[in-house]
Design a binder for this molecule. Structure first.
Ligand SMILES: [Zn+2]
Length: 229
């Protein structure tokens, strides 16, 4: 499911790739993939950069990353533990380790790492800001943490991806708490194999946070989100 079309101005397109946090994201100028696993390399033939949040098997597949990097010559941005696992397979100048609080530019698209409340070696979450200032927050396997409220106020997110299952401790309720703390324009429940947990998340959101829209994604479909007015 590579994204052939280009988003309208002030918009982004995204595709949910697997049962986990795999997201393909397209801005008007760049194509990024976050935590791709369980995908065919062809799906990612147009990527400019791949972002990895942590080293767990459902987020990092070193063989897949190596294959895609060879074919596309894309940039890889990864947390410290994933960087270690990739460093012998990826050309040095194409692999960048990122730590919470630091920012990397992919052309005019900004990628900023923040902390993650997840039991991995050096996990991060990613704030991606498109060249049109559309703000996306990819929280991977993070459970809620208090600083999310400040981040939400500061960044005014358009889209926040919220884990609702599979990862240790994650439920529709913890996913909802991430949305509640960050208060995005659109919240997207992912990292689950069941539609029921996405619906449970949607119900909580409707009741407790009616100004945030819920977008329940299906895998391998393209969704567009525009910047908040
Ligand atoms: Zn996971």
């Amino acid at each position: 499911m590579s994204i052939q079309k280009t988003p309208e101005k002030n918009s982004i397109l995204f595709v949910w790739l697997n049962n986990y946090a795999g997201i393909l994201l397209k801005t008007p100028s760049k194509t990024l993939a976050i935590d791709p696993v369980d995908v065919k390399p062809k799906t990612l033939q147009n990527v400019d950069a791949i972002l990895i949040t942590h080293e767990h098997y459902d987020h990092l597949d070193p063989r897949l990353i190596t294959e895609i990097q060879k074919e596309t010559n894309c940039t890889i941005i990864a947390d410290a533990a994933s960087t270690k696992k990739l460093q012998h397979a990826i050309p040095q100048e194409k692999l960048t380790e990122i730590k919470p609080g630091t920012e990397i530019k992919i052309g005019e698209v900004s990628v900023k790492a923040e902390k993650s409340n997840h039991n991995a070696q050096a996990p991060v979450t990613y704030i991606i800001t498109s060249e049109d200032q559309v703000k996306i927050y990819h929280t991977a396997d993070s459970l809620p943490f208090p600083e999310l409220a400040k981040l939400g106020q500061k960044e005014k997110f358009d889209v926040v991806f919220c884990t609702v299952g599979i990862a240790p401790g994650s439920t529709p309720q913890t996913g909802f708490e991430i949305a509640w703390l960050t208060k995005p324009q659109v919240a997207v429940p992912y990292h689950t194999a069941t539609v029921a947990s996405q619906k449970e998340f949607a119900e909580l959101l409707k009741k407790e946070l009616p100004r945030t829209a819920c977008l329940i994604p299906e895998q391998n479909k393209i969704y567009q989100v525009s910047k908040r007015k």
